[in-house]
Design a protein around this ligand. Structure first.
Ligand SMILES: [Zn+2]
Length: 273
């Protein structure tokens, strides 16, 4: 009974930590692609510049209390803010359940997930993946592998190199054949970073999952686009599709899938061999 109660407390703590990190990620998502400092100035409304006080900055609750509007100018706060907070909270809980509660969560799994959440929404908004996140994460992932008992240094480095080489080759081939840029440099650095955290098998799974989900998504959007050409403008979620799909979010999906559940996919194959 005592054990269960303390386990519940830890879970609550992990979710709350995730909510606050998610709130910080909203700042990262807004400011990093604009090359603004993530520390200064303090939180403010992007519309009227009004300061957001600390009690107006409590994840999810403040959004509900303010009814989704700026306290000063009543501009709507995007619904995405509490969504990013909740998403991060749930991801942190899933990671804790998967890996157990240890300091490695805070050193490795939480930063990895946080970077991936930020990358997803920045890529959706701006079609870029900032080097500060992808290369920063790459260096962090490689450095951790020297101490992390769950991955070897060779796995980490070969994961990063395999991801980089595979995507670089595809990008080069595509450009050579079509004269157009397919994969962006940001995607190449992102897959290298993911590889540093989850190794070569993880990279393989990530590429596999992301290409399948990405293709399905692309086909669905293309069909919808064809069937309703006139109403397209208002139909498509902001930043999601103008000319092509951003690939980063699909890589994130694949990477998180492997990190949380990967063994479930690979075990049947491994047993066969
Ligand atoms: Zn305002």
């Amino acid at each position: 009974m005592l054990f269960e109660a303390s386990e519940l407390l830890i879970n609550v703590f992990v979710v709350v930590a995730g909510l606050f990190i998610g709130s910080f990620l909203n700042v990262v998502i807004y400011r990093v692609p604009r090359d603004e400092s993530i520390a200064f100035p303090g939180s403010h409304c992007p519309k009227c510049g009004g300061a957001i006080r600390f009690y107006e900055n409590i994840p999810v609750l403040s959004y509900l209390a303010l009814r989704g509007k700026c306290h000063h100018c009543k501009t709507s706060i995007p619904f995405r803010y509490p969504v990013v907070e909740l998403l991060t909270g749930l991801l942190f809980l899933a990671l804790k359940i998967r890996f157990g509660f240890s300091y490695w969560l805070f050193l490795k799994d939480f930063p990895f997930a946080a970077i991936l959440v930020a990358v997803t929404f920045i890529d959706l908004d701006h079609r870029i993946i900032p080097d500060r996140l992808s290369l920063g994460g790459l260096v962090w992932g490689l450095a951790l592998s020297f101490f992390d008992p769950s991955i070897t240094v060779i796995q980490s480095f070969s994961g990063a190199i395999a991801g980089f080489a595979f995507f670089y080759a595809i990008a080069w081939y595509y450009e050579w054949r079509t004269g157009k840029m397919g994969l962006g440099g940001g995607d190449i650095k992102l897959i290298a970073m993911i590889g540093a955290f989850i190794g070569p098998l993880g990279v393989l799974t990530t590429i596999f999952i992301s290409s399948i989900v990405g293709s399905v998504f692309g086909i669905v959007l293309a069909v919808r686009q064809k069937s309703r050409p006139s109403s397209l403008e208002g139909e498509v979620p902001e930043g999601l599709m103008k000319y092509s799909l951003p690939y980063g979010p699909f890589l994130v999906l694949g990477g998180l899938y492997y990190h949380l559940l990967g063994e479930i996919l690979w075990h049947p194959f491994m047993n066969l061999m």
